[in-house]
Design a protein around this ligand. Structure first.
Ligand SMILES: [Ca+2]
Length: 258
């Protein structure tokens, strides 16, 4: 059985703490098997600079410090912190509670699409992902004005995964269909696209995007490195392999002596 080795230094992504604690594991490994010390120390110096991949920024479209009551988002507009708007038809509005008699689903602000008879505008955000992690993106949609029966968002990730939100025909916030995708170990771009068929029949709003993930390790992409927990497993695995080798040698020596 390999010894149980844990990396200390708390849960935070403190690179110094991670490096020191991995070095401590290396020192312990050296006591167990000096041959592994060099490898473990080398791993310590390769310890990750950050412990966790970044998540979604500002999924609720909030704007600390205030924002316009109603602002048209133009093409390549970055008014909404964390997001880039893609629109050239005065279609996308950044709004606060009270506009057109509706409140944000979460917080004070939300984004609405489909104004001025347009469709096809989008919001994008790129996130860092963990390799192999399963991501789920949840969000809320609602009708703002009008009554187009085929009014909704195509929600997609640059991994190729895509889902239709369902029609935003209810005059109340409802959950859109969740998007799931697998992390690549590098950047993935999320896109919220107004895919209303026909366009202009209604305005639809979106708010309260939430991204969650299960499992995965960093690395796999260019320049990626494993998470601290992965390092712990890796080094513990080396320790276990060394222990098995020593046990086998002891067994062989006993066999020779007999
Ligand atoms: Ca909000």
């Amino acid at each position: 059985m390999p010894e149980t080795l844990s990396i200390g230094g708390g849960q935070g992504p403190d690179p110094v703490g991670v490096t020191m604690s991995v070095a401590a594991v290396a020192a312990r490994t050296a006591r167990v098997n000096p041959r592994l010390a060099g490898l473990a120390l080398a791993l310590a110096f390769m310890a990750p600079a950050t412990g966790h991949a970044a998540g979604l920024i500002n999924g609720s479209f909030e704007q600390p410090g205030g924002a316009p009551i109603r602002a048209v988002l133009s093409n390549n507009d970055t008014t909404v912190t964390g997001w880039t708007a893609h629109d050239s038809s005065f279609s996308t509005y950044y709004e606060s509670s009270g506009q057109d008699g509706i409140d944000a689903a979460d917080g004070t602000y939300y984004v609405s699409f489909g104004h001025n008879g347009a469709t096809g505008a989008s919001l994008t955000q790129s996130i860092d992902t963990l390799l192999g992690a399963i991501y789920t993106l949840n969000y809320q949609i609602r009708l703002q004005q009008g009554s187009d029966p085929l009014s909704g968002f195509q929600v997609s990730a640059s991994t190729g995964d895509s889902v239709y939100s369902g029609d935003a025909t209810a005059a109340a916030w409802t959950e859109g269909a969740a998007l799931t995708f697998t992390g690549t170990g590098s950047s993935v771009t999320l896109t919220i696209l107004d895919s209303t068929v026909g366009g202009g029949g209604s305005n639809l709003a979106i708010d309260n995007l939430r991204l969650s993930s299960v499992g995965g390790v960093s690395g796999g992409g260019a320049g990626g490195v494993p998470e601290p927990a992965s390092w712990a497993l890796l080094i513990a695995g080396f320790g276990g392999a060394g222990g098995m080798l020593r046990a086998r040698r002891r067994h062989e020596r006993r066999g020779l002596a007999a």
